[in-house]
Design a protein around this ligand. Structure first.
Ligand code: PMP
Length: 286
């Protein structure tokens, strides 16, 4: 459990770590965040996550009160204070605010929060047996409404799809974009194997540019695989040879079923297994 939670340069116990009920992060989901993993005591891809955090903030015109160097130092310090060597770090920057109106520019006290804790996104059995997915009828946010590239505190779009998944007896949902193309899952990016190539939707399909996604693409290319970022529909998922999801919390997790149909023979595929091994090795040798 989190021992020391960072808020604006100070550390609090879990019980005492509190921010205002007037904070626009709470009132409007106005803020940004990052989720990262700690392997062997070190934050994986910290730099990439910091860059994405500041880009997300910039996209919503939120000025983070400390610079990226101070955020890096605060993150490393919070990780050290908590003493967890296999864990997860959540960086949160809220808009702040002390009144009910929507105006973000009236908020002068953004809150920087760092939590180190354990996380398990999916039950362990799915890592060996593979996930059963359902296509959500909730489409991913239109990029012109709220770009999925912004990792904002407003996750209701994903939560609506997650509700559908759980109601259908699954733990994860595939989200399509406004054109009916495959975008991503509620908290992960999606990949398939098709004719031996690794295929994943492009950023312009309206997805979060996942750091695990980029890592897996790099590892696959290094291993000599052809990787393409290509528009996909459900058709591609139905005829896929293999399918898996990626995310900082999820890591690499196979998917073997979609909408009640088996993907290939319904077993975890060899390329997924291989990429998972490469990923595990990579994060430990960083
Ligand atoms: N898509 C969504 C919607 C996410 O929330 C996440 C992160 N949990 C991802 C993809 C994966 O991104 P990353 O690999 O950077 O964690």
């Amino acid at each position: 459990m989190a021992q020391a939670i960072y808020i604006n340069g100070n550390y609090f116990t879990r019980e005492d770590a509190k921010i205002s009920v007037y904070d626009h992060g709470l009132l409007y989901g106005d803020g940004v965040f990052e989720g990262m993993r700690i392997y062997a005591g070190k934050v994986f891809a910290l730099e990439d996550h910091l860059v994405r955090l500041y880009e997300s903030a910039r996209a919503i015109a939120l000025t983070i009160p400390i610079d990226i160097d101070a955020m890096r130092a605060a993150t490393v310090d919070t990780v050290a204070k908590n003493g967890l060597t296999e864990a997860y770090v959540r960086l949160v920057v809220t808009r702040g605010g002390n009144q009910l109106g929507l105006n973000p520019f009236a908020c002068e006290d953004p809150q920087v929060i760092i939590i180190v804790d354990t996380i398990s996104l999916y039950p362990e059995k799915y890592y060996t047996e593979g996930l059963d997915l359902v296509t959500a009828s909730t489409i991913r946010n239109h990029p012109a409404a709220l770009s999925p590239r912004v990792k904002s505190l407003n996750y209701l779009n994903n939560i609506m799809a997650k509700i559908e998944a759980i109601r259908a007896g699954c733990v994860e949902a595939v989200m399509l974009n406004h054109k009916g193309e495959v975008a991503e899952c509620t908290g992960d990016n999606i990949f398939i194997i098709r004719r031996g190539r690794l295929v994943t939707p492009p950023i312009h399909a309206g997805i979060l540019e996942g750091i695990t996604r980029n890592t897996v693409i790099e590892l696959a290319r290094k291993a000599g695989m052809e990787v393409v970022e290509e528009t996909m529909t459900r058709h591609d998922l139905f005829i896929a040879e293999e399918c898996f999801l990626t995310g900082s919390a999820a890591e690499v997790i196979p998917a073997v079923k979609l909408d009640g149909r088996l993907i290939a023979d319904g077993k975890v595929g060899p390329i997924t297994q291989k990429l998972n091994e490469l990923f595990k090795e990579h994060v430990r040798n960083q």
